[in-house]
Design a protein around this ligand. Structure first.
Ligand SMILES: Cc1cc2nc3c(=O)[nH]c(=O)nc-3n(C[C@H](O)[C@H](O)[C@H](O)COP(=O)(O)OP(=O)(O)OC[C@H]3O[C@@H](n4cnc5c(N)ncnc54)[C@H](O)[C@@H]3O)c2cc1C
Length: 264
């Protein structure tokens, strides 16, 4: 493959934020889709240290709620701008015991996923186990999902966070993954690829194995939620006043029967 001819031989280091997308966009053409633009958050070691310095870990125990503080350090960890040990040290020094333990537990998930990747290699991109229900998944991401026009305000917002911010809260990732796999009956690998395309923290191990955890090919049962759960952890943000035909309404037993054919 020959190199494009109109590239600068060296990319200048003194470009302004306004110039960067154009110059880097040309240099990296073909490696990504969509227009070249700066990420929603700055990259680099200094930005990583700033974000770490701003994170106290206070109230992290309530991290499942979208309004509770999380560190948003994942993209810096993913790209090696800070190490898990550095992060752990800062959090250990500062926060309350229960918050601290919860935070270290999440960091440990990241390390665990990496160990699984190291042990299983490319196999993490195939079902590690059989799904725990009779799953019939189609391979492609539906266009209405990709374009955030499902008509469900919650699902469309999750996709918009992904494509515009390159970031989704962990609970949104879980809800979206469950929606795609169990409600839309799409193979988890289509969701994995969609995340990998857009997430600034896109990471082979955490991404693939989290999708498999939701799908039940790396866990004992499929992860799912209902409307009450979404409303509770989002302070009713999308549910209050929602007029869409909500597919998440119902008890867990009702939804399990509908989605997985399990009778209570
Ligand atoms: C379907 C799905 C796909 C995911 N894909 C990715 C991915 O590509 N890259 C990625 O880094 N994380 C992924 N995660 C895990 C998690 O959602 C993100 O790490 C977290 O939301 C990042 O936000 P934060 O830095 O504010 O996390 P915090 O809550 O502040 O946690 C601190 C750090 O711990 C690690 N961490 C937290 N939660 C998890 C978790 N559940 N699993 C593994 N590590 C965790 C991350 O490195 C994170 O930066 C995925 C989760 C799901 C459900």
């Amino acid at each position: 493959m020959s190199a494009p001819t109109d590239l600068p031989t060296r990319i200048p280091t003194d470009l302004t934020d306004e110039q960067l997308p154009e110059v880097l966009g040309r240099s990296l053409a073909g490696l990504y889709s969509g227009e070249a633009r700066l990420p929603a958050r700055p990259g680099g070691r200094n930005a990583a240290l700033k974000a770490l310095g701003a994170f106290t870990g206070k109230d992290y125990g309530a991290r499942n709620h979208l309004l509770s503080p999380v560190s948003r350090l994942s993209m810096y960890l993913r790209h090696g701008m800070i190490s898990p040990l550095e992060v752990a040290q800062v959090v250990r020094a500062g926060s309350r015991r229960s918050d601290r333990e919860e935070f270290l537990r999440q960091l440990a998930w990241r390390e665990f996923f990496w160990l699984v990747l190291r042990q299983r290699g490319a196999a993490v991109l195939s079902n590690l186990e059989e799904p725990k229900y009779r799953a019939q998944w189609s391979p492609d991401l539906p266009a209405d999902v990709r374009e955030a026009r499902t008509g469900l305000p919650c699902a469309d917002a999750w996709v918009t966070h992904l494509t515009e911010d390159g970031y989704m809260h962990n609970h949104e990732r879980m809800w979206f993954a469950a929606y795609l796999i169990h409600w839309r009956k799409v193979d988890w690998r289509a969701g994995y690829a969609f995340f990998r395309e857009h997430l600034l923290d896109g990471d082979l191990a955490s991404n693939a194995l989290s999708w498999q955890w939701v799908a039940s090919t790396f866990s004992g049962k499929p992860y799912m939620m209902n409307q009450e759960n979404i409303a509770k952890y989002s302070a009713g943000k999308w549910c209050d006043g929602c007029t869409a035909q909500c597919p998440f309404k119902g008890s867990y037993e009702q939804l399990q029967e509908k989605l997985f054919g399990w009778k209570a």
